[in-house]
Design a protein around this ligand. Structure first.
Ligand code: SAH
Length: 230
């Protein structure tokens, strides 16, 4: 079984409609839907926004359903000027940009893992990038560093600060690096795929929900279905 997570109902709903033999159970206020996507057994859930919500949901998913790998899908704000709205970013590694336990450990380093950059599973990451190219040939695909933190980045000032701290970061979101920490601690392979919804600047709020529902969600459900086809 493979676990699939997204932060927003709009991101997850379309994948849910593709499941066969679907059944669901509720734990801690969240619904976990099991079923088959093609030949692959999956468990699907909406985490809600932010690192705590994502960590809690993925922990429950691992404990109750024991998936062999976790795929996180959703939208993100672009930080690299070469990454445009509608492009797909597949994370090679993730950093919690708002984590700071210095001077006990250097800023951004997660004590349990002793690293700041948490790498994704190379095989699943490659599979998501390849699935993007075959399911949506028109979409640009980027691979690299993704940042996560408990803020919706929507000002030029906040965006510049992140860009100066992490010059190689492609995008910023609110959940991926939390899922990364939980999966790394438990040695469960995971990967993160994001569609760029905004440029994390003063204009980031504009038609956000409409973009998520009508553009990002169809793209992401196609990518996930393709990645799980064997
Ligand atoms: N303001 C929006 C939602 C904010 S949460 C609203 O009113 O509904 C944004 C969600 O999309 C989070 O799950 C996060 O992972 C992702 N995201 C997209 N763009 C982002 C950005 N610029 N900064 C942080 N997270 C972003």
């Amino acid at each position: 079984m493979i676990g699939i997570l997204g932060a927003m109902t709009e991101e997850v709903r379309l994948i849910g409609t593709r499941l066969d033999d679907s059944a669901s159970s509720k734990v801690g206020g969240r619904e976990y839907q099991i079923g088959r996507l093609g030949a692959q057994e999956v468990v699907l859930a909406t985490s809600g926004f932010g690192k705590v919500a994502a960590a809690s949901t993925v922990t429950t998913m691992l404990d109750r359903f024991d998936p062999a790998a976790i795929l996180f899908t959703g939208v993100a704000g672009a930080l690299d000027p070469g990454v445009k709205r509608g492009a797909v970013v597949v994370a090679d590694d993730l950093i919690q940009h708002d984590f700071d336990a210095s001077p006990i450990v250097p800023r951004f380093v997660i004590p349990s893992l002793q690293v700041d950059r948490i790498p994704t599973d190379p095989a699943w990451t490659k599979r998501l990038a390849a699935a993007t190219a075959s399911s949506s040939p028109g979409a640009a695909v980027h691979r690299g560093l993704v940042l996560s933190g408990d803020q919706f980045i929507s000002s030029n000032a906040a965006r510049s600060e992140l860009r100066s701290l992490f010059p190689d970061a492609l995008a910023v979101e609110m959940e991926g690096a939390a899922v990364a920490q939980v999966c790394a601690e438990r040695k469960v392979p995971f990967a993160v795929v994001r569609v760029i919804s905004d440029t994390a600047d003063d204009h980031a709020g504009a038609d956000f929900l409409d973009f998520v529902e009508h553009q990002a969600a169809p793209l992401l459900s196609g990518i996930v279905a393709e990645a799980l086809r064997d």
